[in-house]
Design a protein around this ligand. Structure first.
Ligand code: PLP
Length: 374
């Protein structure tokens, strides 16, 4: 059975969890989490105190927004993203301002975003859609011009690079997800990465109910009993069990998962780029893309037919994503014509390290059969 997405876990991850359960016996946030943070920092080639692990990518985004925004602030965000990006903003009382995407990259359209700036605009949250850090140079020029903070929703992009620099190794505030199907998983989990010491200090406290300066103590198995709290916090710390899984997965990323995902992506592109009824994402040419998902655009009203055909042939597909401005909770009358058209065209094909090149070839053959025999 072909799966749409999947993380690959094995005995090593199981052993690491067993060790936490039976030898350490400490399941909360402790030494494993500190080591996972240090290893992520080493992988990204940044200082160790710039990585803060939490229990989901959504929590990472929420704490990032909470650290830089107040209620009533506005954040520019592409409507075409996972609900998490929007919920992370609205959870703080800030307002997500839904923006268009460029048709080529399906990442935020800066002209549209610029037209939506108001005196309350505080930040721009971009999404590295399909692991593609598109227009990242333009992003930081845009942010500087308008004096905005940047949050990169890099949930798809762990392992991707721009000009040989890993996503997370530069920029303002970068949030990763390690949920069950992302490029690496810790079961559930996420991380905030930033060079802003103030933000690091805030999120280290807010992940632990706002308890001041408890993180460092937890790493060495103690905690504060006489503490102070000066702001709202959340129960978002990562557990040792999650970190143990994540540490093994991180070691496997460059040797196994990234090359497998890249090979599959390249084969899809080779086999589908000439298809006139399809449009592929134009990936940033200075980037190495480690693809979390592989969405294509199916033109001429053929998406639903192709989706059904593939599913009848046991090829599961997805739609990433239903635009958030169409959800009742966020619908304020905004229309985004490009995003709404794209929503009728996008179709995500299977990609994960458990898939074989043969599977990709079979899927592409089915797609061609459908598109050319209708
Ligand atoms: C997965 C994902 C998230 C949230 O991550 P979780 O770890 O599942 O909470 C946020 N944004 C995008 C674009 C994602 O794909």
């Amino acid at each position: 059975m072909i799966r749409l997405s999947k993380s690959i876990l094995g005995q090593e991850e199981a052993d690491a969890v067993t060790k936490v359960l039976l030898e350490d016996g400490y399941l909360g946030m402790g030494a494993e989490v500190g080591k996972f943070e240090d290893e992520i920092a080493a992988y990204l080639n940044i200082a160790a105190n710039q990585v803060v692990c939490v229990n989901s990518g959504t929590a990472a985004l929420h704490l990032a927004v909470d650290a830089i925004c107040a209620a009533g602030d506005e954040i520019l965000v592409p409507s075409l993203t996972f609900l998490s990006s929007f919920q992370a903003i609205s959870a703080t009382g800030a307002l997500p301002v839904a923006c268009e995407v460029y048709e080529e990259s399906l990442t935020i359209d800066f002209e549209d975003a610029e037209s939506k700036i108001t005196p309350r605009t505080k930040a721009i949250m971009v999404v590295h859609y399909a692991s593609n850090p598109a227009n990242i140079t333009m992003l930081y020029q845009f942010a500087e011009k308008h004096k905005l903070r940047v949050i990169e929703d890099a949930a798809h992009a762990f392992g991707s690079t721009f000009e040989s620099k890993k996503i997370g190794s530069f920029g303002d505030i970068i949030c990763f997800s390690f949920d069950g199907i992302k490029n690496i998983t810790s079961g559930e989990g996420g991380a905030i990465v930033t060079r802003d010491k103030k933000v690091v200090d805030i999120v280290k406290d807010t992940r632990l109910l706002g308890i001041e300066k408890d993180s460092e103590k937890r790493y060495v198995g103690t905690r504060s009993w006489d503490f102070d709290v000066t702001r709202q916090g959340f129960r978002y710390h990562m557990s040792n069990i999650f970190a143990a899984i994540g540490r093994v997965q991180l070691r496997r990323l460059e040797s196994e998962f990234a090359p497998a995902r890249i090979n599959l992506l390249n084969r899809y592109i080779e086999l589908l780029s000439e298809e006139t009824s399809l449009k592929l994402i134009s990936y940033d040419q200075s980037s190495k893309i480690v693809p979390h998902i592989f969405p294509i655009r199916v033109l001429d009203n053929q998406r639903d037919g192709l989706k059904n055909y593939l599913e009848q042939n046991n090829v599961p597909t997805g739609i990433h994503y239903k635009p958030n401005h169409l959800l009742n909770f966020y619908n304020n009358g905004t229309t985004l014509p490009v995003t709404e058209k794209i929503y009728t065209e996008i179709l995500t094909l299977p990609i994960h390290p458990g898939l074989e090149l043969d599977d990709v070839e079979m899927i592409c053959k089915m797609i061609k059969t459908y598109l050319n025999n209708k």
